[in-house]
Design a protein around this ligand. Structure first.
Ligand code: 5CA
Length: 446
């Protein structure tokens, strides 16, 4: 993309309504525009990052053997009456009446609908295990939507639902989700800690939330500081191997880490004092095991190997896809702007032309642009007729992790400058070497 042809409405001033840094930078970088309280348009740059985040979520869900489908945003009230949640859900549910006076709602989650799909098509244990998921817009009429996409009313969620023949198989599905989530967040450059949590309106007794530590987070968290050292890294996990998957979950859930809802002061006090941390966190996902809560209420049964008919065992598992953009920015920024982790960056590198209109500089930029694209990369070429300072300020604000700066002076010596957004360090090298280096950096992410 050439910046002169793009739609990047950056703001010079700090928007008064934004109280936290991620909201401020998403508005300033021209990623989102508010249309109503808690409802946003995704402008081109914001959409690009949203799609990158979705892609990682999709890849990791499918690696774990989970199958994508797509359910609608609108659901019938009757379906929710079957589980009893139509009346229980309260004011957070947006209720809609169509021209035939049929009662609908904008889905806040999809347990009922997926159970309906399941019961219409599956009757035997032979079709299990099965995990279906989608990435779809949700609506919750939050009392206090705030912090931009962090707590929206309309927001994008990945929600997945497992169906299993017995409790052990369902707990394996729960564990599989935990491991796939750890991988998902790490690929986005985040440390998200699974913490024992409370289940709320979804129900069930086994649930973990995934929290990214941030002073602006909405949840109070209590944890053993060594929990932040745990990393999944590149290890290959066989998602079909129950013991192996359970062992990873054990590793990540043994150290003390809880939200205020489940905090236990006596247990916490057993941790050595210098490791006892109280802080705040952003909830970027939650997994639930709730057994037969919905299958019993809605008559979703399967026959077992020995011919019994039993309600299917279930759980549901969510990732806050749109919220993640806010969480990533809270975790990765400086006073100049966003610093995107390589895994989610909207463009892989900026090419900054210091002297637009100079024949040699223009040609070198075009060659680098073509070279990066030939390597499967997506560069943003700042070809505007603007001062160097303004170009740097823009690429810093929108957070591109690598910048290649091209000017007549360097070209005389056959070099351009490659700068890391994170460290600020620059290195001179030939244009070809810069292309190679950037391609190498991204090899692990493409
Ligand atoms: N059905 C279950 C799991 S599929 C469910 O709805 N879980 S949830 O309520 O915990 O939501 C899943 C994730 O969506 C949360 O962890 C959070 O990251 C995100 N989320 C929830 N409410 C909002 C909101 N108002 N704005 C942005 N993200 C939200």
């Amino acid at each position: 993309m050439r910046l002169s042809r793009y739609f990047l409405p950056v703001l010079k001033e700090n928007p008064a309504e934004a109280q936290i840094v991620s909201h401020r930078y998403m508005l300033r970088a021209g990623m989102i525009k508010q249309q109503a309280a808690g409802i946003y348009s995704w402008l081109p740059l914001g959409l690009k990052v949203l799609r990158r985040v979705e892609q990682i979520v999709n890849e990791e869900q499918q690696r774990a053997g989970h199958i994508p489908l797509l359910m609608p945003t609108l659901q019938t009230a009757d379906l929710w009456r079957e589980s009893g949640r139509y009346d229980d859900y309260g004011e957070e549910m947006l209720r809609i009446t169509d021209r035939q006076k049929r009662e609908l709602l904008y889905g806040p989650t999809n347990e009922e609908m997926i159970t309906d799909i399941f019961r219409s098509h599956v009757t035997s244990y032979k079709d299990l295990p099965l995990t279906l998921y989608h990435i779809q817009w949700k609506f919750r009429d939050e009392m206090r939507p705030r912090f931009g996409v962090m707590r929206g009313r309309e927001f994008l969620m990945k929600d997945g639902y497992n169906f299993d023949v017995d409790r052990d198989a369902a707990l394996h599905a729960y564990n599989r989700h935990m491991v796939s989530y750890l991988r998902t967040y790490e690929r986005m450059g985040l440390t998200a800690i699974p913490m024992r949590a409370a289940s709320g309106p979804i129900g069930g007794d086994n649930t973990h939330e995934f929290l990214v530590l941030a002073s602006t987070g909405e949840s109070e968290v209590f944890y053993d500081s060594t929990v932040t050292d745990l990393k999944l890294g590149n290890r290959e996990v066989d998602y079909d191997n129950r013991e192996e998957v359970a062992a990873v979950c054990q590793e990540f859930t043994t150290l003390y880490a809880r939200t205020d809802e489940t905090h236990d002061g006596a247990l916490f006090d057993q941790i050595p004092e210098d490791r006892r941390k109280v802080g705040r966190g952003i909830e970027v996902g939650q997994i639930f095991y709730f057994g037969t809560k919905y299958s019993e209420a809605m008559g979703a049964t399967v026959t077992t190997a020995d011919g019994r008919k039993v309600p299917v065992e279930m759980g549901s598992h969510g990732i806050g896809v749109s919220r993640l953009l806010g969480a990533i920015i809270e975790a990765s920024h400086d006073d100049k702007g966003i610093i995107w982790p390589e895994g989610v960056t909207p463009f892989h590198a900026a090419i900054v032309n210091l002297k637009q209109g100079d024949g040699e500089a223009d040609a070198a930029c075009e060659a680098i642009y073509a070279g990066l694209r030939a390597r499967g990369l997506d560069p943003l070429y700042d070809d505007r007729d603007a001062r160097a300072g303004e170009k740097f300020a823009t690429t810093d604000l929108i957070g591109l992790p690598w910048r290649i700066t091209v000017g007549p002076r360097g070209l005389k010596n056959g070099v351009v400058e490659l700068t890391s957004r994170r460290t600020g360090e620059s290195e001179e090298m030939s244009p070809e070497a810069a292309i190679d280096r950037v391609a190498q950096i991204y090899a692990a992410h493409l």
